[in-house]
Design a binder for this molecule. Sequence first.
Ligand SMILES: [Zn+2]
Length: 346
Amino acid sequence: MLDQWIASRIGASGPLTREALSAWQLARLRAVTAYVRARSSFYRRRLPEGELRSLDDFAAFPFTTPDDLRRFHRELLCVSPDQVDRIVTLRTSGSSGEPKRLCFTRADQDRTAQYFGRGMAEFIRPGERVMSLFPGESPGSLNDLLGRGLSEELGSPLLVRFPAPPDGCDAVLEDILRERVTALVGSASLLLPLVRRSAETGRAGALARQVDSVLLAAEYVPEEVRQELIRVWRCRVNEHYGMTETALGGAVGCPVPGGYHIWAGDLYYEIVDPDTGLPLPEGEEGEIVVTTLMREAMPLIRYRTGDISRFVPGPCPCGSVLPRLERVRSRPQPKKFVPRAVPDVL
Ligand SMILES: [Zn+2]
């Protein structure tokens, strides 16, 4: 469980409790709001004065929107430009036509690498051979951070194999078998053609004997894709929710299906009514709003993700006290399979 790791990260004495987590998060929210008020002209202008007394007080703070990341990225920056180690440009649709820009320090990226390593340790064994189907290996990319986390936490190598033309699925399937890969990381839209092609070409049995687990990330996961992977490759399917705005970390699927445990040592999540912006009671479905608790370069206060989910009420059967998000779905076209703009963000 991530609980023990997060307990040590937040300095909790003894096992993690929901009360200790909430108290630590409130203290961090106070620290983050003081930090951004001192360093970001955007937040100095926006945030109300006065002491943050409770999480309810915080729920009255204004939102940060994707449009703000397009229009005010310079004013959102909280460090000097020479401390920025990575800039990510997201060319998605927006009212201003400008891309969203996000900046990260080296420490921001190190935290994600550690979280990736710990998250993967939830379902793979040390030394397992892991292959990423996501593109890109530049410093600070998803594959770079995942590779660092795997190496530091588990001593596992990360092989990178983006199934792009002209190689296609057959070459990738051969590589998986030849490299004795036991764990795959990719998006649902990258994995689905592979699993189908393996069945068409008589390789499904070999894959099923070898591949032990698949981690689906970066986009909405339709239940039918999960079920097809389980049926054809007879593997465990884990899921991860994250986005560039949260430094790629976010929430990791619980072994008990139906929930993602949030990366509570770095992120504070709220669920709000998408139309009114008002906080919703636990268990009600609404828009995910996220606040970064540890970010140096560009902390985000109450960022509207546009994604829809709810907190699953009650304790998790796995024993974790970390809040659980239900499977996340995208807001604009909730019933359709809409990949995020993955290649551009990695
Ligand atoms: Zn759980």
